[in-house]
Write a protein that binds this ligand. Structure first.
Ligand SMILES: *Cc1c(COP(=O)(O)O)cnc(C)c1O
Length: 514
């Protein structure tokens, strides 16, 4: 399998090249040249596999030019270590049904948060980083990973780097928006002692480091020129490794729901709708790719907070690059976003892989007009409306969803999962007659004390701490925080000027990795 840019089919990249370059050289995102197709017989076979073996089956077609099946198996085994669930049930898919209701459940929660850092991002990042380590070792290169985080990417990347073998020559530089991540997430970053890890707090909003990072990556040396110097590589979800691995949990969820529903509906041809709390849209992109491979998924729904660009695009077809707008603080800060990178992959698959259409839309969006309008194309606009839905969720609605889910089902959901729960409710799924639907639970409540307390009250939070707080998480409180580097924001300067200063600072820090 080769990889191509969403904006141009002519230049082919190997898996290694695609992973190391992050963005395509033309500024587009990399995608596999084609998607393998799965049929019912294959799904039947896959339904017997544990998570590791399923991951091997789903991913092997994408990597087979570059590594053997055994190497992939070994690599995934390393990546899937440190979860608190068993490989047989790494992602529990929990049916939600009201007590006393004997009908087959149609609402399911897929718990993606049992990994080492309590977030679904462990899947994509741990595998992507193992892949990078594999190819860096093969080429005897040193690599600095550069990351911007709204709270969960950073800890997952740091942990994944620390869990690479001791001969690894990977380092990681993480940027988080100061004061806009939870105490737990900050501690996950600031207690890392490895010399392979550097942490920076910047005085800006969620994705304000995206532009500096894109500039750094696009001008970095290529690992493929046989230059053995340190190269820089981005692992936010523009990196194709992330959505590739994230396809697996949608296949898994489909199989578990199908298995459960067969008991009551033996002849059902299940088509499963999905609701995802959505930020940069990497998770939803993985979901759509799984659907395009032939997994019987139905309508894909994005739950977003009041930073609602995705909802605006899905409702109006209008995509705007609003660079000077400030992100609004929410109880679901990990999905605060100005411009979701993976919208580009989503539109690419929506248009049945029409590179010219994507190049056209994105040159309008990245040009001085900062705007493109998908609704002017009848064909793609009606397809978008038939395949996707969205709902915008306020903090009040998030809190209400958290309380009612706990009250009705005894289920503790984190604030981001609650955005999806509230979205599902708004979209009409929250009743016993709706289409079968799976809601993606993307993080564990232990990461979000402040938001959980706001929604549930102190007593409920204390109950959670006493009865459900993961032991692995408690250790953080006893660890010492190391002060971080800060990139200040100068109020007399524009965002773009501050971003130029931050870019220069990040370049200095990269030089300091040995
Ligand atoms: C990152 C994140 C999301 C959003 O995922 P995207 O792939 O960026 O859309 C949702 N929930 C949590 C808890 C996250 O950390």
């Amino acid at each position: 399998m080769k990889f191509v840019s969403t904006r141009d089919a002519s230049q082919l990249f190997s898996l290694g090249e695609a992973l190391f370059s992050g963005y395509a050289p033309d500024g587009g995102l990399l995608v596999p040249q084609w998607l393998p197709q799965v049929d019912e017989a294959t799904l039947q076979k896959w339904s017997q596999l544990d998570y590791l073996d399923l991951s091997v089956e789903v991913l092997y077609p994408f990597v087979q030019d570059d590594m053997s099946r055994n190497e992939l198996h070994e690599l995934l085994e390393m990546a899937l270590k440190g979860f608190d669930t068993d490989l047989k049930n790494l992602v529990p898919v929990v049916p939600m049904s009201l007590e006393g209701n004997n009908e087959a459940p149609n609402i399911f929660i897929a718990e993606l948060f049992h990994g080492p850092t309590f977030c679904f991002k462990d899947f994509g990042l741990r595998v992507t980083i193992q892949w990078l380590n594999f190819f860096a070792t093969r080429r005897n290169a040193s690599v600095t990973l550069i990351v911007s985080t709204t709270g969960d990417t950073g800890p997952a990347a740091v942990q994944a780097v620390q869990d690479c073998n001791s001969s690894s020559r990977l380092g990681v530089l993480v940027h988080f928006p100061k004061g806009q991540i939870s105490d737990f997430q900050r501690k996950q970053l600031t207690t890392a002692t490895s010399t392979r890890v550097k942490i920076v707090a910047f005085q800006g909003g969620g994705d304000d480091m995206d532009v500096p990072i894109k500039n750094i990556i696009m001008t970095s040396k290529s690992i493929h020129t046989n230059d053995k110097n340190r190269v820089v590589c981005g692992v936010n979800s523009y990196n194709i490794g992330r959505p590739l691995m994230q396809m697996v949990h949608f296949v898994w969820t489909y199989l578990r729901v199908a298995e459960r529903r067969k008991r009551d509906h033996p002849s059902e041809n299940l088509q499963l709708d999905i609701v995802v709390p959505t930020g940069a849209m990497g998770n939803l992109a993985g979901c759509y790719m799984a659907k395009k491979m032939g997994v019987p998924l139905g309508i894909l729904c994005a739950g977003v907070n009041i930073n609602d660009i995705t909802d605006v695009v899905f409702r109006t077809g209008k995509l705007e690059r609003n660079i000077d707008q400030q992100l609004k603080k929410t109880l679901s800060d990990a999905i605060n976003i100005q411009l979701p990178y993976n919208m580009e992959r989503l539109l690419f698959y929506l248009t049945e892989q029409d590179h010219d259409q994507i190049r056209d839309w994105y040159s309008q969006l990245e040009g001085p007009g900062r705007f493109c309008d998908i609704s002017t194309s009848n064909r793609w606009w009606s397809k978008l409306k038939s395949e996707f839905q969205s709902a915008r969720v306020t903090d009040e609605e998030l809190c209400e969803a958290m309380r009612s889910t706990l009250h009705q089902y005894g289920y503790w959901a984190d604030p981001h999962t609650c955005v999806a729960l509230a979205a599902a409710k708004k979209l009409g799924y929250w009743n016993e007659k709706s289409n079968p639907v799976a809601i993606m639970a993307t993080a564990a409540p232990c990461k979000f004390q402040e938001a959980m307390t706001k929604a549930l009250g102190v007593e409920k939070w204390q109950e959670y701490e006493r009865l459900h707080f993961p032991t692995r998480g408690k250790i953080l409180n006893e660890m010492k925080e190391i002060p971080t580097t800060v990139y200040a924001s100068d109020a007399t300067k524009t965002l773009a000027e501050n971003q130029r200063d931050w870019e220069a600072k990040a370049r200095e820090l990269i030089e300091q990795f040995s």
